[in-house]
Design a protein around this ligand. Structure first.
Ligand SMILES: CC(C)(COP(=O)(O)OP(=O)(O)OC[C@H]1O[C@@H](n2cnc3c(N)ncnc32)[C@H](O)[C@@H]1OP(=O)(O)O)[C@@H](O)C(=O)NCCC(=O)NCCS
Length: 152
């Protein structure tokens, strides 16, 4: 089941975040999103969303994305699946979920940044048609980002 993130998901989300990234997002960032029920309005420019994938009453992954209603662009900000649940299609399922939501909101392009060395994530994005369209030097404190884009 994929559903909006809630406050009670925070502990599992933080566990997955810390096992997934060399530099984890701050607890306060997830708290702010979850406290608002997984949807944070950015005023006239759009909204940010956070959904979790839950199985057997346990959160095993999540995704965060935003919609810019002025540029009609979607931006994927975070995606992670619990280590021992990986490589079973959940990452791809979450990606299709976000893309479906973007399309429903008449968004026509999607962008994301990923660490240059992140082979798994880059393979996932390329497997559904994202194209590497640029590189941002030192985007992360210790590494460059590859920018991926896709027309929806
Ligand atoms: C990237 C991530 C979300 C992928 O999730 P996942 O559930 O394991 O991915 P899926 O099972 O849906 O994989 C779909 C396809 O992506 C590619 N892929 C996924 N993991 C891969 C890996 N470790 N090596 C090579 N290709 C991989 C494959 O093409 C795979 O299809 P296949 O299994 O039929 O070969 C997961 O590895 C993760 O949480 N990583 C840590 C967090 C992260 O890096 N997030 C991305 C930030 S930009």
């Amino acid at each position: 089941m994929i559903r909006r993130a809630r406050l009670e998901d925070l502990d599992e989300i933080m566990k997955i975040e810390r096992q997934s990234f060399p530099v984890a997002w701050e607890y306060s960032v997830f708290l702010n999103i979850c406290i608002q029920g997984g949807r944070v309005s950015s005023g006239e420019s759009g909204s940010l969303f956070m959904d979790v994938v839950e199985e057997a009453n346990k959160v095993i992954g999540y995704a965060v994305w935003e919609i810019d209603t002025r540029t009609l662009e979607g931006h994927i900000l975070n995606l992670a699946i619990q280590v021992d649940e990986r490589r079973t299609g959940r990452g791809k399922m979450m990606l299709f979920h976000m893309i479906g939501h973007l399309k429903t909101n008449s968004i026509d392009t999607c962008r994301l940044e990923v660490r240059e060395s992140n082979i798994a994530a880059r393979a996932l994005y390329e497997s559904i048609g994202f194209i590497a369209s640029g590189k941002i030097l030192d985007y992360y404190f210790d590494e460059s980002a590859i920018v991926y884009t896709m027309g929806l």
